[in-house]
Design a protein around this ligand. Structure first.
Ligand code: NCD
Length: 316
């Protein structure tokens, strides 16, 4: 695997192999010294043209725990402000010796375009409304491992609640969850559902109350105001009345049900309940698992991917 641009690039076998590798990384992360030499001498550049807290730091932690060198590019403080083009920026960084670019951009397709301008690997860390493949992998890792599963979500129901239309997380999650056999229910106002939803192989519901007591996973999304036109919902109070997770609704969850959110959360909009009051919350576990899964992705792309190599790299 040279690049990771979309979940659609991954076969089920690829997904299962990355999650298995992530188990090994989780074991490394639990050690007193969570660092192995597997990617020594490799350079990972994070190139973010959009705001990020967890994804950028998660990739950088992942690279460092595998002993890769890291470079951080932040558009806000770069020569982009002097008119430098995206292509010149990538070619400049490439000339310094980069093995993998981790790219976030507000426009769909930018990570794919970058593969034309560099010989390095490119990992999509979120492009517009399109894809966020490592989020889908870490979410799948979190759900399977929470339920003691390995390679299937057969028989599990997952409701994804909120602004599906503008969500690259939803598009990526839906692809992986449905291919692993889960039943996916999208819960959103019609204006926050994509037009071609009928082709996605998912169910829909028009209020969180229809699903909250029935599902194995309640996956909450942020209202992505920065990506939407005005007027798609009547108002935030009306939105919250049908789509927010409140303490009263949380009491209706099945005892085994998980509550997830990719972050950042908007407290008081979609999350009216404090997640620390929810025994089923996996929101911080998602963040912790994100590091393991991104270590697995970096290792798969830059380290050769074979278990034997992993053992050598990890145990050296
Ligand atoms: C998401 C993103 O950037 O797509 N956040 C993340 O990467 N954890 C979701 C969001 O912005 O709401």
């Amino acid at each position: 695997m040279k690049h990771l641009l979309s979940t659609h690039d991954l076969s089920i076998d690829n997904i299962v192999a990355i999650l298995d590798t992530a188990d090994h990384m989780t074991e490394i992360n639990a050690r007193p010294v969570a660092k192995v030499p597997a990617l020594r001498g490799r350079t990972v550049a994070s190139v973010f043209f959009e705001d990020s807290t967890r994804t950028r730091l998660s990739f950088e932690s992942a690279a460092k725990r595998l002993s890769a060198d890291t470079m951080t590019f932040s558009a806000a403080s770069s020569s982009v402000n002097k008119g430098e083009s995206l292509r010149d920026t990538i070619e400049t960084l490439s000339a310094m010796g980069v093995d993998a670019f981790v790219v976030r951009h507000k426009s769909s397709g930018v990570p794919a375009a970058i593969t034309q301008w560099t010989g390095a690997s490119v990992i999509n860390a979120g492009d517009g409304w399109h894809q966020h493949p490592t989020q889908a992998l870490l979410d799948t890792y979190t759900i399977t491992r929470s339920f003691g599963l390995k390679d299937s979500l057969q028989g599990r129901s997952i409701a994804i609640v909120g602004d599906i239309k503008h969500s690259r997380v939803a598009r990526s999650d839906i692809d992986v969850f449905t291919r692993l056999g889960a039943e996916v229910i999208l819960v959103a106002p019609p204006t926050l559902l994509p037009h071609n939803i009928a082709t996605w192989g998912v169910k829909t519901a028009s209020s969180i109350d229809e699903v909250v007591g029935k599902v194995d996973v309640l996956y909450m999304l942020r209202m992505q105001f920065e990506r939407m036109d005005s007027g798609v919902i009547p108002g935030l109070a009306e939105y919250s009345s049908r789509f927010a997770l409140t303490p009263a609704r949380a009491r209706l969850l099945s005892p085994h049900a998980l509550v997830m959110h990719p972050g950042p959360m908007n407290r008081g909009i979609e999350m009216v309940v404090d997640p620390s009051d929810l025994p089923g919350s996996r929101i911080l576990q998602q963040v912790a698992n994100g590091v393991s899964v991104r270590m697995a992705v970096l290792f798969t792309i830059l380290g050769g991917g074979a278990t034997a190599t992993l053992q050598q790299g990890v145990d050296a």
